[in-house]
Design a protein around this ligand. Structure first.
Ligand code: SAM
Length: 238
Protein backbone atom coordinates (compact mmCIF):
# COMPACT_ATOMS: atom_id res chain seq x y z
CA UNK A 1 0.00 0.00 0.00
CA UNK A 2 1.38 3.41 -0.93
CA UNK A 3 1.76 5.84 1.95
CA UNK A 4 0.72 9.43 1.63
CA UNK A 5 2.03 12.52 3.29
CA UNK A 6 -0.19 15.49 3.94
CA UNK A 7 1.14 18.76 5.24
CA UNK A 8 -1.63 19.28 7.79
CA UNK A 9 -0.46 22.70 8.90
CA UNK A 10 -1.10 24.04 5.41
CA UNK A 11 -4.68 22.87 5.11
CA UNK A 12 -7.15 24.78 7.25
CA UNK A 13 -4.09 26.40 8.74
CA UNK A 14 -4.26 25.55 12.44
CA UNK A 15 -4.25 22.77 14.99
CA UNK A 16 -7.78 21.67 14.16
CA UNK A 17 -6.45 20.50 10.79
CA UNK A 18 -4.63 17.52 12.33
CA UNK A 19 -7.82 16.32 14.05
CA UNK A 20 -9.79 16.86 10.85
CA UNK A 21 -7.28 14.87 8.78
CA UNK A 22 -7.17 12.01 11.27
CA UNK A 23 -10.91 11.81 11.53
CA UNK A 24 -11.40 11.95 7.72
CA UNK A 25 -8.75 9.28 7.07
CA UNK A 26 -10.28 7.07 9.76
CA UNK A 27 -13.79 7.53 8.35
CA UNK A 28 -12.71 6.96 4.76
CA UNK A 29 -10.52 3.93 5.31
CA UNK A 30 -12.92 2.23 7.74
CA UNK A 31 -15.85 2.47 5.32
CA UNK A 32 -16.80 -0.52 3.22
CA UNK A 33 -16.01 1.41 0.04
CA UNK A 34 -12.71 3.14 0.81
CA UNK A 35 -12.54 6.83 0.02
CA UNK A 36 -10.78 10.04 1.04
CA UNK A 37 -12.34 13.49 0.83
CA UNK A 38 -11.01 15.70 -2.01
CA UNK A 39 -9.92 18.48 0.37
CA UNK A 40 -7.00 16.30 1.51
CA UNK A 41 -5.29 17.00 -1.83
CA UNK A 42 -5.02 20.70 -1.19
CA UNK A 43 -2.12 21.35 1.14
CA UNK A 44 0.33 23.96 -0.20
CA UNK A 45 2.12 21.55 -2.51
CA UNK A 46 -1.14 19.95 -3.70
CA UNK A 47 -2.64 23.37 -4.44
CA UNK A 48 0.46 24.29 -6.46
CA UNK A 49 0.19 20.99 -8.38
CA UNK A 50 -3.47 21.74 -9.14
CA UNK A 51 -2.42 25.08 -10.64
CA UNK A 52 0.07 23.17 -12.85
CA UNK A 53 -2.74 20.84 -13.92
CA UNK A 54 -4.90 23.76 -15.03
CA UNK A 55 -2.17 24.76 -17.53
CA UNK A 56 -1.73 21.26 -19.04
CA UNK A 57 -2.80 20.89 -22.67
CA UNK A 58 -4.88 17.79 -21.81
CA UNK A 59 -6.83 19.49 -19.00
CA UNK A 60 -9.56 21.06 -21.08
CA UNK A 61 -11.77 21.97 -18.09
CA UNK A 62 -10.00 25.19 -17.06
CA UNK A 63 -9.26 26.29 -20.61
CA UNK A 64 -12.86 25.87 -21.79
CA UNK A 65 -14.39 27.37 -18.69
CA UNK A 66 -12.11 30.39 -19.01
CA UNK A 67 -13.24 30.80 -22.63
CA UNK A 68 -16.94 30.43 -21.68
CA UNK A 69 -16.54 33.07 -18.98
CA UNK A 70 -14.67 35.44 -21.29
CA UNK A 71 -17.23 35.09 -24.09
CA UNK A 72 -20.28 35.38 -21.84
CA UNK A 73 -19.24 37.60 -18.95
CA UNK A 74 -21.59 40.43 -19.93
CA UNK A 75 -24.67 38.26 -20.29
CA UNK A 76 -23.90 36.32 -17.09
CA UNK A 77 -23.56 39.49 -15.05
CA UNK A 78 -26.39 41.19 -16.93
CA UNK A 79 -28.77 38.45 -15.80
CA UNK A 80 -27.50 38.40 -12.23
CA UNK A 81 -27.36 42.14 -11.68
CA UNK A 82 -30.89 43.31 -12.24
CA UNK A 83 -30.59 46.53 -10.18
CA UNK A 84 -28.17 49.09 -11.55
CA UNK A 85 -25.33 50.02 -9.22
CA UNK A 86 -26.54 48.06 -6.18
CA UNK A 87 -23.74 46.82 -3.88
CA UNK A 88 -22.54 43.48 -5.21
CA UNK A 89 -21.02 40.58 -3.32
CA UNK A 90 -19.47 37.70 -5.22
CA UNK A 91 -18.83 34.63 -3.10
CA UNK A 92 -17.04 31.54 -4.34
CA UNK A 93 -16.83 27.99 -3.01
CA UNK A 94 -13.40 26.40 -3.59
CA UNK A 95 -12.02 29.58 -5.13
CA UNK A 96 -8.40 28.37 -5.39
CA UNK A 97 -6.25 30.96 -7.15
CA UNK A 98 -9.40 32.78 -8.47
CA UNK A 99 -7.61 33.13 -11.80
CA UNK A 100 -10.76 32.55 -13.90
CA UNK A 101 -12.90 34.46 -11.45
CA UNK A 102 -10.90 37.60 -12.20
CA UNK A 103 -12.71 37.71 -15.57
CA UNK A 104 -16.04 38.12 -13.76
CA UNK A 105 -14.61 40.41 -11.12
CA UNK A 106 -13.11 42.75 -13.67
CA UNK A 107 -16.45 43.16 -15.44
CA UNK A 108 -18.41 43.39 -12.16
CA UNK A 109 -16.06 46.16 -11.01
CA UNK A 110 -17.01 48.14 -14.10
CA UNK A 111 -20.72 47.68 -13.29
CA UNK A 112 -20.73 48.31 -9.55
CA UNK A 113 -18.73 50.79 -7.53
CA UNK A 114 -19.34 48.72 -4.40
CA UNK A 115 -17.95 45.23 -4.99
CA UNK A 116 -16.93 42.65 -2.41
CA UNK A 117 -15.39 39.28 -3.24
CA UNK A 118 -15.55 36.47 -0.65
CA UNK A 119 -13.42 33.51 -1.76
CA UNK A 120 -13.92 30.43 0.42
CA UNK A 121 -11.32 27.68 0.37
CA UNK A 122 -9.67 25.11 2.58
CA UNK A 123 -6.22 26.18 1.37
CA UNK A 124 -4.84 29.31 3.08
CA UNK A 125 -1.98 29.49 0.55
CA UNK A 126 -4.40 29.60 -2.40
CA UNK A 127 -6.45 32.33 -0.74
CA UNK A 128 -3.38 34.41 0.11
CA UNK A 129 -2.21 34.13 -3.52
CA UNK A 130 -5.68 35.05 -4.83
CA UNK A 131 -5.94 38.07 -2.53
CA UNK A 132 -2.46 39.30 -3.49
CA UNK A 133 -3.04 39.09 -7.22
CA UNK A 134 -6.55 40.59 -7.08
CA UNK A 135 -5.40 43.52 -4.95
CA UNK A 136 -2.56 44.10 -7.42
CA UNK A 137 -4.54 43.64 -10.68
CA UNK A 138 -8.04 44.78 -9.71
CA UNK A 139 -7.73 47.47 -7.05
CA UNK A 140 -10.96 48.77 -5.59
CA UNK A 141 -12.52 45.36 -4.91
CA UNK A 142 -12.88 44.43 -1.23
CA UNK A 143 -11.43 40.90 -0.90
CA UNK A 144 -12.57 39.05 2.23
CA UNK A 145 -11.23 35.47 2.14
CA UNK A 146 -12.61 32.73 4.39
CA UNK A 147 -10.52 29.63 5.15
CA UNK A 148 -13.07 26.89 5.72
CA UNK A 149 -14.24 23.43 4.75
CA UNK A 150 -17.53 24.22 3.03
CA UNK A 151 -18.61 20.58 3.25
CA UNK A 152 -18.27 19.87 6.96
CA UNK A 153 -18.97 23.46 8.05
CA UNK A 154 -21.73 24.92 5.88
CA UNK A 155 -20.89 28.55 5.24
CA UNK A 156 -22.75 31.29 7.11
CA UNK A 157 -22.62 34.53 5.17
CA UNK A 158 -22.92 37.91 6.85
CA UNK A 159 -26.12 39.82 6.16
CA UNK A 160 -25.71 41.88 3.02
CA UNK A 161 -27.78 44.66 1.51
CA UNK A 162 -27.36 44.25 -2.24
CA UNK A 163 -27.01 41.37 -4.65
CA UNK A 164 -25.00 38.24 -3.92
CA UNK A 165 -23.71 36.11 -6.76
CA UNK A 166 -22.48 32.68 -5.66
CA UNK A 167 -19.91 30.92 -7.82
CA UNK A 168 -19.22 27.23 -7.78
CA UNK A 169 -17.08 26.64 -10.84
CA UNK A 170 -14.15 24.50 -12.00
CA UNK A 171 -16.41 21.42 -12.02
CA UNK A 172 -15.57 21.00 -8.33
CA UNK A 173 -19.07 19.63 -7.79
CA UNK A 174 -17.98 16.60 -9.82
CA UNK A 175 -15.71 15.56 -6.92
CA UNK A 176 -18.71 14.67 -4.80
CA UNK A 177 -21.24 11.87 -4.61
CA UNK A 178 -24.72 13.06 -5.61
CA UNK A 179 -25.96 13.17 -2.00
CA UNK A 180 -23.00 15.33 -0.97
CA UNK A 181 -23.43 17.61 -3.98
CA UNK A 182 -27.10 18.09 -3.07
CA UNK A 183 -26.17 18.98 0.51
CA UNK A 184 -23.56 21.52 -0.66
CA UNK A 185 -26.07 23.19 -2.98
CA UNK A 186 -28.84 23.13 -0.36
CA UNK A 187 -26.53 24.77 2.21
CA UNK A 188 -25.60 27.40 -0.33
CA UNK A 189 -29.22 28.06 -1.26
CA UNK A 190 -30.03 28.62 2.42
CA UNK A 191 -27.60 31.56 2.41
CA UNK A 192 -29.05 33.21 -0.70
CA UNK A 193 -32.05 35.49 -1.10
CA UNK A 194 -34.68 35.75 -3.78
CA UNK A 195 -32.78 38.15 -6.04
CA UNK A 196 -29.37 36.51 -5.60
CA UNK A 197 -27.84 34.21 -8.19
CA UNK A 198 -25.75 31.05 -8.53
CA UNK A 199 -23.29 30.35 -11.32
CA UNK A 200 -22.46 26.64 -11.41
CA UNK A 201 -19.65 25.47 -13.71
CA UNK A 202 -19.74 21.73 -14.23
CA UNK A 203 -18.41 19.35 -16.86
CA UNK A 204 -20.67 17.19 -19.02
CA UNK A 205 -20.17 13.67 -20.35
CA UNK A 206 -17.07 13.43 -22.54
CA UNK A 207 -15.70 10.76 -24.88
CA UNK A 208 -13.07 8.56 -23.24
CA UNK A 209 -10.26 9.78 -25.52
CA UNK A 210 -10.81 13.32 -24.15
CA UNK A 211 -11.57 12.44 -20.55
CA UNK A 212 -8.81 9.96 -19.77
CA UNK A 213 -5.80 12.10 -20.84
CA UNK A 214 -7.34 15.06 -18.97
CA UNK A 215 -7.00 13.09 -15.73
CA UNK A 216 -3.91 11.07 -16.70
CA UNK A 217 -1.65 13.53 -18.49
CA UNK A 218 1.55 12.62 -20.32
CA UNK A 219 3.82 14.45 -17.84
CA UNK A 220 2.31 12.66 -14.84
CA UNK A 221 1.37 15.86 -12.98
CA UNK A 222 -2.16 14.60 -12.24
CA UNK A 223 -0.77 11.23 -11.16
CA UNK A 224 1.44 13.01 -8.61
CA UNK A 225 -1.53 15.08 -7.46
CA UNK A 226 -3.77 12.01 -7.12
CA UNK A 227 -1.14 10.10 -5.16
CA UNK A 228 -0.32 13.18 -3.11
CA UNK A 229 3.28 12.67 -4.27
CA UNK A 230 4.60 16.16 -4.17
CA UNK A 231 7.52 16.36 -6.57
CA UNK A 232 9.55 18.84 -4.61
CA UNK A 233 9.59 16.45 -1.68
CA UNK A 234 10.38 13.21 -3.51
CA UNK A 235 13.76 11.75 -2.64
CA UNK A 236 15.78 10.10 -5.46
CA UNK A 237 14.66 6.59 -4.40
CA UNK A 238 11.00 7.58 -4.70
C1 SAM B 1 -10.90 21.66 -8.48
S1 SAM B 1 -10.18 23.01 -7.56
C2 SAM B 1 -11.01 24.38 -8.34
C3 SAM B 1 -10.31 25.68 -8.11
C4 SAM B 1 -10.91 26.86 -8.90
N1 SAM B 1 -12.28 27.11 -8.48
C5 SAM B 1 -10.86 26.60 -10.39
O1 SAM B 1 -11.91 26.56 -11.00
O2 SAM B 1 -9.74 26.44 -10.93
C6 SAM B 1 -11.02 22.84 -6.01
C7 SAM B 1 -10.74 23.94 -5.00
O3 SAM B 1 -11.61 23.72 -3.89
C8 SAM B 1 -10.88 23.70 -2.68
N2 SAM B 1 -11.57 22.71 -1.84
C9 SAM B 1 -11.67 21.36 -2.05
N3 SAM B 1 -12.45 20.81 -1.11
C10 SAM B 1 -12.83 21.83 -0.28
C11 SAM B 1 -13.63 21.90 0.89
N4 SAM B 1 -14.21 20.80 1.40
N5 SAM B 1 -13.82 23.10 1.48
C12 SAM B 1 -13.23 24.23 0.97
N6 SAM B 1 -12.45 24.22 -0.14
C13 SAM B 1 -12.26 23.04 -0.75
C14 SAM B 1 -9.46 23.33 -3.04
O4 SAM B 1 -8.52 23.85 -2.11
C15 SAM B 1 -9.33 23.95 -4.44
O5 SAM B 1 -8.85 25.27 -4.37
Amino acid sequence: MESISIETSTILGDAESMDAVISEVRRGLMSKRKSLAPWLFYDDAGSALFEEITALPEYYVSRLERRILRDNVRSILGQALSQADAPVRIIELGAGSAEKTSILLSEARALSSDLTYVPIDISPASLEGAQRSLERDLPGIRVEPIVSDYVSKPIKLDRFVGITIALYIGSSIGNFEPFEARTILRNLRNQLGYSDALLLGTDLVKPEHVLIPAYDDAQGVTADFNRMRHRSRLSPRD
